[in-house]
Design a protein around this ligand. Structure first.
Ligand code: ATP
Ligand code: MN
Length: 473
């Protein structure tokens, strides 16, 4: 018999044809979460990952080898159960299954199985990343992550954006966005022993190559042909930052829009976040309730605010003025020209405005060369058309900008940051031939999942986190 997903049974989505299946039998497959034994009866809770809630399965001595079966079945065991679905008299579930037949696929020794019934600390679960997906919390996290990913594509596809695949291996430190991982086929061991400078012409690509820190520059190429594009792929930064919001490997979403300015870019980003939250609330209500109850009681309030309220929009200069005027003691200095630190970003979003804030027009000195220079700013306070979106609980979630589309200005900027325009010949060609105003942003996918779920540490919203000294699993 074909098996049924537990979520379909719980939602009552299963229709049984009484002619074909007079006994109303169905089959589920999954892993046993708990076993309770009574006199001549046993209850299993089985979970197949399709929903937070599992299915209660009632076992009675009418089953073949009842005693042996009960002994064999413990937490962690994988089974198939066929039986009749009946209304449940117990609390907490509408339906349960009266088992007619149980097949055990794999046993699990209760003495050694690391996931016991009790609640485990999130730090402990991180050390067993191969088993933590079987817990309620990580089940909820990865279902929501999946819903977010689907919503990302749906949002852009509905609006006619082309999903473009930008390279993972790159030969240019696109934007100096972060420390890069080198990619080489050279024998490092041998090179180290030789003690000589590396001859990259002998390397696979004939020059130094790296894992990408951003697909933006290539996305700009595609945007100047398809108008509206987005990337959604893995991104790597070898930054040695042991924080709760940085990973060495994360997923980034980068829309790039031709014929768009910074305001249009901010509108797109705001619509986008609202859309994702809406989608997740609609498709994962139980998981979201779980986060509300068990992780952070502000999760629902935050989500509703994102959806219902307009984001605050202020300039960098206004942000500095607010930070300078407030009584809060910050660890890092605040002054015009310095970058906003996480504590400043969180103060603005969490305490001052209590909602997402879009900060625009940052000082030229702290932003990447490709951002469009504002013409009307004083020469000692020059700004660029950059915007960051700061979210309560997370800080920076989106970084974006209108790009410099003027060839001469872009060339000058590249030079002024000590880069060689010749290395960017193809990027400059986009300004040489049919240049257009255009803008885009980068959203860290894991920060989005953190934001939605309220999970405190970014390492807990990606199945297999990569961070300094850690690449197990
Ligand atoms: P931060 O200052 O927080 O390190 P950034 O300024 O380096 O961020 P960008 O280069 O603008 O970030 O990257 C765009 C987005 O990618 C960020 O807004 C953030 O959501 C995400 N991001 C950046 N670095 C990381 C990282 N190491 N791990 C996870 N997400 C990241
Ligand atoms: Mn960074």
């Amino acid at each position: 018999m074909a098996s049924t997903r537990i979520i379909d049974l719980l939602r009552g989505d299963l229709t049984i044809d009484p002619d074909q299946n007079p006994d109303h039998l169905c089959t589920v497959r999954g892993w046993v979460r708990t076993k309770r034994e009574g006199k001549e009866i046993a209850f299993l809770e089985v979970n197949d990952g399709s929903s937070l809630q599992g299915l209660q399965i009632v076992l009675s001595p009418t089953l073949d080898d009842y005693e042996a079966l009960i002994k064999q079945i413990n937490t962690g065991v994988s089974i198939a159960a066929t039986g009749k679905l009946v209304a449940s008299t117990g609390k907490g579930q509408k339906v349960e299954m009266q088992a007619r037949e149980i097949t055990v696929f794999g046993t699990a020794d209760p003495e050694t199985y690391p996931l016991q019934k009790k609640r485990h600390s999130i730090e402990f679960l991180r050390t067993i990343a191969h088993l933590r997906p079987r817990t309620n919390m990580f089940g909820a996290v990865f279902r929501v992550r999946n819903a977010c990913a689907f919503a990302v594509h749906q949002f852009f596809q509905e609006r006619g954006f082309l999903w473009v695949h930008t390279p993972i291996i790159t030969a240019s430190d696109c934007e100096g966005a972060g420390e890069m991982f080198g990619v080489t086929t050279l024998d490092l061991q041998k090179l180290g022993l030789a003690g000589k400078p590396v001859d990259y012409s002998q390397d696979f690509f004939g020059k130094p190559a790296f894992l990408t820190v951003s697909g933006q520059l290539e996305a700009e190429i595609m945007a100047t042909a398809f108008s509206n594009v987005y990337t959604f792929g893995p991104t790597f930064r070898a930054e040695n930052s042991n924080t709760s919001r940085h990973l060495a490997e994360f997923w980034m979403i980068e829309p790039e829009v031709a014929f768009c300015d910074l305001e249009g870019d901010a509108d797109l980003a705001e619509d986008f976040l609202k859309y994702i939250f809406n989608y997740v609330l609609k498709t994962c209500p139980e998981d979201m309730e779980f986060f509300q109850e068990r992780v952070n009681d502000q999760v629902m309030v935050n989500a509703r605010k994102i959806i219902d309220e307009q984001f605050e929009r202020i300039s960098y200069t206004e942000a500095i003025a607010i930070l300078e005027k407030c009584d809060k003691k910050f660890e890092f200095p605040v002054s015009w020209g310095l970058d906003l630190q996480s504590e400043h970003e969180r103060f603005l979003a969490e305490e001052y405005f209590r909602k997402p804030v879009i900060v625009m027009d940052y000082p030229l000195g702290i932003k990447a060369f490709y951002m469009r220079v504002n013409d009307d700013t004083a020469s000692d306070r020059q700004t660029v058309r950059a915007m960051d979106i700061l979210a309560p609980g997370v800080g920076e979630i989106i970084g974006g900008s209108q790009r410099e589309e003027r060839l001469d200005l872009l060339e000058a900027r590249i030079r002024s940051v000590g880069l060689n325009p010749e290395d960017y010949w193809w990027y400059l060609d986009l300004r040489r031939y049919g240049t257009v105003p255009h803008a885009g942003f980068g959203l860290g996918f894991e920060r989005l999942v953190q934001f939605i779920t309220g999970m405190g540490n970014i390492r807990d919203v990606i199945p297999f986190p990569r961070f300094p000294q850690s690449a197990e699993f």
